[in-house]
Design a protein around this ligand. Structure first.
Ligand SMILES: Cc1cc2nc3c(=O)[nH]c(=O)nc-3n(C[C@H](O)[C@H](O)[C@H](O)COP(=O)(O)O)c2cc1C
Length: 208
C-alpha cells in the first residue's frame, strides 16, 4: 500500500497539472500579443480593480537603486473623456485622427515621477512594459502615450508629481501585424486595408 501511495504521488508530481496546461503562454507569445492599440471595444468596461491589478506589478519589478519613485493615477470611464483630448494618438498617421469615434480607450494609468533623472526614465520603461504585459495576460490591451503636455495633465488631474507617461487600457479591436525589416528600411508603422503593420528590425541587424 505504501509503495502504491508513493507511485501515485510520483505520477501526480511528474504529470503537468491542469492549470499549467491551461495557462501556459510563453513570454514570447505574450510579447507578440502586446501590441500598441489605438482603438478599443466600448462594450468592454475596464474597472478600477483591473487597473489596480495591472499597477500591482509595480511591487514586483526591479528599480534603479530600488528607489521606487514612480506613482500611479488611475483614470476610469468617468474621468476618461477629460483626459482623452490631452493625448496624441498615432502621430505617424495624422490623416486618420485616431482613435476613431466610438473606439476611444476609457481607462488610463498616468505614471508620475517623484524624480525625473535618467534612472527614473529607465524605471519608467520597466514599469510600463511590465504593466502592459500584465494587461495582455488579463486579456486586455494597451498603449504607451508620451505625447501630452505635462503641465496640462498636472493641472487637470491635480497631480502631485509630473506625469511621465500615460498608459491607455482596454480591449483592443485592431488587427495589428508585425513585419520584419532591415535596419536601413522605413521604421514607420502604416495601415493597409484596415490592417495596422508594425515593422521590426531583424535580429541580425540589432547585433553589434
Ligand atoms: C515610451 C513610448 C511612448 C509612446 N508614445 C506614443 C504616443 O504618444 N502616441 C502613440 O500613438 N503611440 C505612442 N507609442 C506607441 C508606439 O508608437 C508603438 O510602440 C510603436 O509604434 C510600435 O508598435 P508596437 O508597440 O505595437 O510594437 C509610444 C510607445 C512608447 C514605448
Amino acid at each position: 500500500m505504501a509503495d502504491n501511495y508513493l507511485e501515485k504521488k510520483m505520477e501526480a508530481y511528474l504529470a503537468p497539472s491542469q492549470t499549467t496546461r491551461k495557462t501556459k503562454t510563453s513570454l514570447k507569445q505574450l510579447l507578440r500579443k502586446n501590441r500598441s492599440h489605438r482603438g478599443y471595444d466600448p462594450k468592454v468596461v475596464v474597472r478600477k480593480e483591473h487597473l489596480l491589478d495591472i499597477v500591482s506589478v509595480a511591487t514586483l519589478i526591479p528599480q534603479a537603486c530600488n528607489q521606487q519613485h514612480l506613482r500611479f493615477k488611475l483614470i476610469t470611464r468617468e474621468q476618461a473623456p477629460q483626459l482623452l483630448p490631452m493625448l496624441k494618438f498615432g502621430a505617424a498617421l495624422p490623416e486618420l485622427h485616431l482613435p476613431f469615434p466610438g473606439t476611444a480607450p476609457e481607462a488610463f494609468i498616468i505614471i508620475c515621477g517623484q524624480s525625473e533623472t535618467k534612472l527614473t526614465y529607465m524605471d519608467l520603461g520597466i514599469a510600463a512594459q511590465s504593466m502592459l504585459l500584465r494587461a495582455t495576460e488579463m486579456g486586455l490591451n494597451g498603449i504607451c502615450i508620451g505625447a501630452f503636455s505635462k503641465e496640462q495633465l498636472m493641472e487637470a488631474f491635480d497631480l502631485k508629481y509630473p506625469p511621465l507617461l500615460v498608459l491607455a487600457i482596454g480591449k483592443g479591436i485592431e488587427d495589428i501585424r508585425l513585419t520584419t525589416i532591415r535596419s536601413d528600411e522605413d521604421h514607420r508603422y502604416y495601415r493597409q486595408d484596415g490592417i495596422h503593420y508594425v515593422p521590426k528590425v531583424c535580429l541580425d541587424d540589432l547585433l553589434l
